[in-house]
Design a protein around this ligand. Structure first.
Ligand SMILES: NC(=O)c1ccc[n+]([C@@H]2O[C@H](COP(=O)([O-])OP(=O)(O)OC[C@H]3O[C@@H](n4cnc5c(N)ncnc54)[C@H](OP(=O)(O)O)[C@@H]3O)[C@@H](O)[C@H]2O)c1
Length: 364
């Protein structure tokens, strides 16, 4: 770590997103004076290496935010609701990965390539929400298309990886595949879901698809689908945008994919769409089907931009195209977007000193 006064806390440091966040902070050479790693009682006392130093995981509690300037939260909605206000009271800027505050009118929901202008200004003591992972991956290419052609409506189906359900999602899929191939070891019947798969996905995920992520509402829409509708509208500043979503869990370990169809106000062709997407911030065009080049989860793993391809005319909308994307939901869909929010905030609000809470607040 380099010498600076900036004190950062990572709540959920032992989780799938938290670990990615630490890797990114280290790889980007973020100047950090003190880094506090927070998790549950289960992980208290564990050590995690960061920039050549062994850091001990501490318990997530109010006092853990004393003196903290920036707190990244990746430990679930309930913990965010409970502890983010304590961090804000102590003057910290909270960047929250959960859905706890995303739709609050006074909380900005930011994807820097799309709506950096919504970033709050001034010193610490605020919450910025990091959007839902599938939403982030979709709005990155939608933004340049909207700018060029005017979005009228969006129809999307997602293909979401097991790690979208965190570390236990990864373990459940791996356990399910082993059980299917080698026979069950948990007392279950051959070919049926393991206990881990049932707990995390409700069904067998190995060699299966589950069209159900989060809980169903009375209208048959799931929580994940609703998040994509409402968050897309908020981020893009299009409160009436019709968005039709089907979210599906697939037996992929990492990286979400999406089949997207849009209708636009202005005339659009695949070539015009490719021209708008080429070089757009956060987008990498991978679109040579005859050369077998199109986005796939294995190629998006560990990659920062969203991969976009299979751009073609819509057979339904007169002004419309369809495309396919794959993106690393643990990076751009979560940890990377959170770090980019932090970096944009620093850029917009000036030197790190402005992230420092007022002195009287620090003495709590
Ligand atoms: N996975 C994704 O693709 C993704 C994408 C976007 C957003 N998110 C959001 O990011 C958050 C974290 O997701 P994840 O996938 O990283 O989950 P995860 O792998 O299950 O990790 C959860 C983290 O939260 C901590 N935690 C759980 N219960 C706690 C408690 N009672 N007190 C303190 N810490 C507690 C865990 O600590 P222990 O090690 O002590 O259990 C762990 O560090 C969630 O809000 C999720 O919705 C996830």
């Amino acid at each position: 770590m380099t010498t600076t006064d900036l004190r950062i806390a990572v709540a959920g440091a032992t989780g799938a997103v938290g670990r990615e966040l630490l890797t990114l902070l280290e790889a980007r050479g973020t100047e950090i004076g003190e880094l506090r790693l927070l998790a549950s009682e289960r992980s208290r006392g564990r050590t995690i290496e960061f920039a050549g130093r062994e850091l001990t995981v501490q318990l997530l509690e109010d006092a853990a935010f004393d003196g903290i300037d920036v707190a990244f939260f990746s430990c679930g909605k309930e913990r965010s609701k409970r502890y983010a206000p304590a961090a804000v009271e102590r003057g910290a800027l909270v960047i929250d990965n959960s859905s706890a505050f995303r739709l609050d009118a006074d909380v900005p929901l930011i994807v820097p390539e799309v709506n950096a202008a919504a970033m709050p200004t001034g010193s610490g003591g605020a919450i910025i929400a990091n959007p839902n992972c599938s939403t982030i991956l979709m709005v990155v290419p939608l933004a340049p298309l909207h700018q060029a052609f005017g979005l009228e409506s969006v129809v999307v189906s997602t293909y979401q990886a097991a790690s979208g359900a965190g570390q236990k999602g990864i373990e459940a899929l791996l356990g399910g595949v082993r059980s299917y191939m080698d026979g069950p070891t948990d007392g279950g019947a051959a070919g049926e879901a393991t206990a881990g798969e049932t707990e995390v996905f409700g069904h067998r995920l190995a060699f299966n698809l589950v069209p159900h992520i989060d809980t169903f509402a009375d209208d048959g829409v799931t929580g994940e689908e609703r998040k994509m509708v409402l968050e897309t509208r908020k981020i893009m500043g299009l409160p009436e945008l019709p968005v039709d979503v089907t979210c599906v869990r697939v037996p992929v370990l990492r990286c979400h994919s999406e089949a997207v169809t849009i209708a636009t106000r202005e005339a659009i062709t695949p070539d015009l769409a490719r021209a708008a997407l080429q070089g757009a911030p956060g987008v990498r065009l991978v679109d040579d089907p005859t050369g077998l080049e199109y986005p796939m989860p294995v190629d998006a793993d560990g990659v920062e931009p969203v991969l976009v391809g299979r751009v073609r005319d819509s057979a339904v909308f007169e002004n419309g195209i369809s495309f396919w994307l794959s993106g690393d939901q643990l990076l751009k869909g979560a940890a990377l977007n959170a770090v980019q929010i932090f970096e944009s905030y620093q850029d917009m609000c000036g030197p790190q000193a402005q992230l420092t809470a007022p002195a009287e607040r620090r003495e709590d």
